[in-house]
Design a protein around this ligand. Structure first.
Ligand code: GAR
Length: 223
């Protein structure tokens, strides 16, 4: 039993500090917050930053009592200036790893260079297929039978950096954009926290375009 004099130790203290950039709904943010709550992800969300004032993601952050702020892009004339403001906030909150979770904005070298190999994005297609906006619509228009999601490190080209993990889903005859998006989203919710945990455990190394994932002893012995 703890006496009153004993310091209260926060189990999350010292855990990997995440900064999550969002623009909309925030279901991936919630998947991260849930994984932390359930003890499946040894990290804490230090700050959530949105480029959209009304992003429901901001409300989700508030529900989990995570600091969340809206940075208004219209107050900055250049993308680099906006990213410098984002960078300042990330530094103030001591962010070690940045997660783009439905962040619908191009990031510039102003942000990418200081966080080199420390920005992770989730994209709703099997890259390099269908980068950019409306990936699910692009996949349906193209007529692919399989699509999915890609979790990757961010480099200076859009949806291009080294791939950490991918998950595929089938595309069914007559799928709507919403049906395909939902199927893909379920995989993102599963995969993104897993990837973040691998990062937190120091198991990811980047070697050019390749990301090496260090296997745990238990995985190796299970073979
Ligand atoms: C996710 O499917 C994510 O992959 C996608 O937006 C959705 C955000 O959902 N991101 C992009 O398309 C970025 N190019 P969420 O706000 O509910 O997490």
């Amino acid at each position: 039993m703890c006496s009153e004099e004993e310091p209260v130790l926060n189990p999350a203290e010292g855990a990997l500090r995440l900064g999550v950039l969002v623009s909309g709904r925030g279901s991936n943010l919630e998947a991260i917050l849930d994984a932390i709550k359930q003890g499946k992800l040894s990290a804490r969300v230090a700050v959530v930053i949105s480029n959209k004032k009304d992003a429901p993601a901001l409300e989700r952050a508030a529900r989990y009592q995570v600091p969340a702020l809206f940075l208004d892009p219209t107050h900055y004339s250049r993308r680099e200036e906006y990213d410098a403001a984002v960078l300042q906030q990330l530094k103030e909150f001591g962010v070690e790893l940045v997660v783009l979770a439905g962040y619908m904005r191009l990031v510039t070298p102003t942000l990418i260079q200081p966080y080199h190999d420390r920005i992770i994005n989730t994209h709703p297609s099997l890259l390099p297929a269908f980068p950019g906006m409306h990936a699910q619509r692009q996949a349906l228009s193209y007529g692919v039978r399989v699509s999915g999601c890609t979790i990757h490190f961010v480099d200076e080209e859009m949806d291009h950096g080294p791939i950490i993990a991918q998950a595929s889903v089938p595309v069914f005859e007559g799928d709507t954009i919403e049906q395909l998006s939902e199927r893909i989203l379920a995989e993102e919710h599963r995969l993104l926290p897993q990837v973040l945990q691998l990062y937190a455990e120091g198991k990811l190394t980047v070697d050019g375009r390749k990301v090496h994932i260090q296997e745990s002893a238990s995985t190796r012995s299970a073979r």
